[in-house]
Design a protein around this ligand. Structure first.
Ligand code: BV8
Length: 278
């Protein structure tokens, strides 16, 4: 068992994934080709079942013009996001990393929530037992009015002090950042501010991971939307939901690392499929 705060269940999540439990669970998978039947099946389930948990990734914001990580638009100045979203990149060149975040903040500030965000927001307001777990740092779920959002990877609109005063996280919605304050500095101690996001190699907030685990364990329907299911511990919740007996559905125009373990695969775009789920 890895004893690292914020990583409470990773080894168990991995064990679930590796145990092959997932392997032989694809049985309930309806024919991915028949999107209408898959949508009808999930819509019926959502009418019948109370406890629903949704996991979202960058694909949900694609229709709002926000680049995904692995999609073609994800590259910035030919830098792979996976290399820039690390403490090492920030230590080496904080100005470069902040230029990347400033670019993304300007894109997101100009973006609007799309129908996928609005349907999920409606579910959070009207369904008694609904939880949203998101990997997205763009804040579009919140801007659509979604309640009780579990943000696994933080927010691009928050900053934290890296110096002695360790102040923050506090909200900073300046987009663009003024050139004379890039990289931005702490008003308290003058040290560098960093984006309030979780970088690769950094642990997630244990309280948020625990809440996401509870929502995964207790749900009857788990829907993974717009994620390649490649980043952990986020992707582990899909396997954990399946292992806990929930019906797992995936909404994604392409196959993902989780497609083999879901019960219902809907090959479609979130902004087109979600409004049809009633
Ligand atoms: C950690 C914030 C302790 C920053 C992000 C277990 C196994 C293997 C590796 C690991 C493991 N445990 C830990 C690791 C290491 C690592 C990891 O998972 N690496 C991967 C790459 C193998 N995890 C970590 O480092 C995590 N921390 O574990 O700490 C520790 C440390 C070291 C070693 C062990 C333990 C921290 C991970 C969080 C990193 N921060 N974001 C920022 O945003 O700047 S992750 C970031 O990338 C996003 O938040 C998101 O999580 C991920 C991108 O994935 P997606 O959102 O799925 O986006 P992607 O582009 O990949 O896919 C988009 C999908 O949408 C596609 O499938 C596409 O088809 C679809 N799509 C497109 N259009 C649409 C659509 N779908 C629907 N509708 C459409 N219209």
């Amino acid at each position: 068992m890895i004893d690292a705060p914020g990583l409470l269940d990773v080894s168990r999540l991995l064990a679930v994934r590796e145990s092959g439990v997932a392997g032989n669970l694809g049985a309930g998978n309806v024919d991915v080709g028949n999107v209408d039947a898959s949508i009808a099946r999930l819509a019926a389930l959502l009418k019948e079942k109370r406890r629903v948990t949704v996991l979202t990734g960058a694909g949900v914001s694609a229709a709002s013009g926000v680049p995904t990580f692995r999609g073609s638009g994800g590259l910035w100045r030919s830098f792979d996001p996976m290399t820039l979203a690390t403490p090492q990149a920030f230590a080496k060149d904080p100005k470069l990393v902040w230029e990347w975040y400033d670019w993304r903040r300007q894109l997101i500030a100009a973006a609007q929530p799309n129908p996928a965000h609005h349907v999920i927001a409606e579910w959070s307001r009207t369904r008694p037992d609904f939880t949203l777990i998101t990997q997205n740092v763009d804040g579009l779920h919140e801007r659509a009015g979604t309640e009780r959002v579990l943000r696994l990877h933080g927010s691009i609109w928050e900053v934290r002090c890296t110096g002695t005063c360790r102040s923050g996280p506090h909200v900073d919605e300046r987009a663009p950042l003024p050139p004379d304050d890039l990289p931005p500095r702490c008003a308290g101690c003058g040290a560098l501010l960093r984006p309030g996001v979780v970088w690769f190699g950094e642990s997630l907030d244990p309280a948020i991971v625990a809440a996401a685990s509870r929502a995964t364990e207790q749900c009857e329907v788990f829907i993974t939307i717009g994620t390649s299911a490649a980043v952990y511990p986020a992707a582990g919740f899909i396997h954990e939901a399946r292992a806990n007996g929930a019906t797992v559905a995936e909404i994604n125009p392409d196959a993902t690392e989780a497609s083999g373990v879901v019960d219902i695969s809907i090959r479609g775009k979130a902004e087109e499929v979600l409004p049809r789920l009633g």
